[in-house]
Design a protein around this ligand. Structure first.
Ligand code: NIG
Ligand code: FE
Length: 419
């Protein structure tokens, strides 16, 4: 055995899904659990994992640069947050009383507030300000055990302001331990200057923004807010198909508030993921399953919007055998929280997911939703050494003992990022 850079010993319990593809339906419950485990890391890769006695026996004679004792903690793969609106200016607490007085989310947007209020703040912010604000959020995410985050644009809504957000995401990826995966979401809202002329804004998106974003390599994915009063099915289809031709993989905010056929469209265009899906139809879920689309569920959003309805996660898993993923949807409007552990709790409470399903949703399935299941999302030799260490006896403890941060340590790319 060659040199080992970091040996993590004293793991009370290691829990991980296995493989490099999403876990479907009942497979989501099949996680590997090892008591008294150890993990050997070389560079940014996992070299060995298993019961501690076995790992130590295999390492006999190897040079070990550093050993770290996990003190009996629980270790899982580094958590993946596959749907966030990380980079934005300002905040929207001024809309809280309006929301609490019962004004619906889409009405606030129609009145020029909501997303459009964040568009104003984002346009006004410098790149430095956007970077510093998002950097703080990444710190919070990392401290909560997250090692990879997807980040959408969509608060610029001009070519230059969208590019500004995406450049910030790129710089964050380079400057922060957490990996940041960029998504172009110019179709997040129709900006005030195009009010009543949404088709013209779609022309601008398709003719100018998408080609330039693709040319500069600023995004991997293209997302659309397909919703009543925002972008129609036809407009969403056009944007996603044009993006696809330019090499941007489709994602969709689908059936978040009304059942519009967004899930069906996700299946039709071969999206990698469809997000929200509260109001998705049976046919929509069948289309997701038939086309290998990953449903990314965001229980923090339905919770924070005070909705009675939640995504039909149990049916997605039990009936449609879908590979459910979870995410915060961190954004300043519908879900202002970076806490993936709160999302785990809400997934247990409102989506009725089992602890094993929650871990799978936040690791391998979340990784698959951003096209990275071959690199992250499980603890296996050859995978990236991204690990989260929880001060908890088992995975059920995470959603059970709620409202606190259980993270004890984080290893990112084989380096100690939190301890
Ligand atoms: O995923 N639905 C659209 N976009 C975000 C909310 C963005 C905002 O309110 O600023 C979402 O819920
Ligand atoms: Fe979102």
């Amino acid at each position: 055995m060659e040199r080992i850079d970091l040996l993590l010993t004293g793991i009370g319990r290691l829990v991980t899904p296995q493989g490099s593809v999403p876990r479907y339906g009942e497979e989501m419950r099949h996680v590997l659990e090892i008591e008294h485990a150890a993990i050997a890391i070389r560079g940014d890769r996992i070299a060995l994992v298993g019961p501690q006695a076995d790992v130590l026996a295999q390492l006999n004679g190897a040079e070990i640069a550093e050993t770290l004792d996990a003190g009996g903690c629980l270790v899982t793969p580094g958590l993946v947050d596959p749907h966030t609106h990380l980079v934005h200016g300002g905040s929207r607490e001024h809309e809280l009383s309006l929301k609490r007085s019962g004004v619906p989310y889409l009405d606030i947007l129609a009145q020029g507030g909501g997303i459009l209020s964040t568009v104003k703040a984002t346009r006004a912010a410098s790149e430095r300000e956007l970077y510093d604000k998002a950097f703080k959020s990444l710190d919070i995410m990392l401290l909560n055990g997250v090692t990879t985050v997807e980040a959408k644009s969509g608060y610029g809504l001009t070519l230059d302001d969208e590019r500004k957000q995406l450049r910030v995401a790129k710089r964050l990826h380079e400057g922060h331990p957490v990996d940041v995966v960029p998504t172009f979401m110019g179709a997040h809202a129709v900006p005030a200057e195009y009010k009543g002329r949404s088709d013209e804004f779609v022309d601008l998106l398709v003719q100018e923004m998408l080609p330039e974003v693709a040319r500069e390599g600023l995004a991997e994915f293209c997302d659309v807010f397909c919703e009543h009063g925002v972008f129609t099915i036809q407009q969403s289809r056009r944007i996603l198909q044009e993006g696809k031709l330019l090499g941007l993989i489709p994602k969709i905010h689908a059936d978040e508030i009304e059942s519009l056929g967004g899930a069906e469209l996700a299946g039709e265009v071969g999206a990698i993921s469809a997000e929200h899906l509260l109001a998705a139809s049976d046919e929509g879920m069948r289309m997701l399953a038939a086309n290998g689309v990953i449903p990314v569920l965001l229980p923090g959003t339905s919770f924070n919007l005070g909705l009675k309805q939640h995504a039909r996660a149990r049916e997605m898993i039990d009936t449609f055998r879908l590979p459910v993923a979870l995410s915060t949807d961190y954004n300043p409007g519908s879900c202002p929280t970076e806490s993936i552990q709160l999302i785990m709790m809400l997934a247990s409470l409102n989506l009725r997911l089992l602890p094993e399903e929650i871990i799978t949703s936040c690791t391998i399935n979340a990784a698959a939703a951003i096209g990275r299941a071959n690199d992250i999302g499980s603890i296996e030799a050859g995978k990236r050494a991204d690990l989260t260490v929880f001060d908890a006896p088992n995975i059920a403890y995470l959603p059970y003992h709620f409202g606190i941060n259980h993270t004890f340590g984080v290893i990112k790319n084989g380096k100690v990022a939190v301890w």
